[in-house]
Design a protein around this ligand. Sequence first.
Ligand code: FES
Length: 231
Amino acid sequence: MTDTDAMRIVVRPHGPYRVTGKVPLAVWRITPNARGESWEWTEGRRFPIQDEYDLCRCGQSRNKPFCDNSHLKVGFEGKETATRRPIERQSELLEGPTHILSDAEGLCAFARFCDPGGKIWSLIERTNDPKIRDLVVREASHCPSGRLVLRDRATGATVEPELPPSIGLVEDPALECSGPLWVRGGVIVESADGTRYERRNRVTLCRCGASTNLPFCNGSHASVHFQDGLV
Ligand code: FES
């Protein structure tokens, strides 16, 4: 078993995320370019490594990002509603000249890296142009939730960023809100019923409590103006 196999997030029934296996935890900010478009990920504060810890899932803890049992006081309803279908069966395919874009819209975490220089759904049709192709690869690779995944038509290989196994606490200064847990590098996510979600390089888990696609983020943190007080 590798270290990554030991890294695990378990959804607790109507409670927090139980994280085990010394998973690194840090703040990650969506950093805009000069035009105010989402452009870079910038790492912020790193938390000390712990063997295990509980992360707030209801959005109400006074000790965010950690759980302080507020879910009990507020009667948090954290029932998991997300489909268990593999990502291929949740996605629409858009074919471009050099790449195929796979889009699972229901997993959108509203990080908006798909917008600069033209929306990726239009740009995918113009990937014969190397500059456009680089932009498309950048946009899909910066998507934290894995909603957008590219495949190279020539090789059939999936284009994935190198992400170390870790959890990012997403902050979105442009919208003045906090976002989901950015679960990176294949950390296992296990349902409260004991089954595993598909193991992926990147997924985003709701920590504001407002998603209708639990445990995954669906961008609702922006409309409820979720604040974790870490920035
Ligand atoms: S953190 Fe995105 S919907 Fe809750």
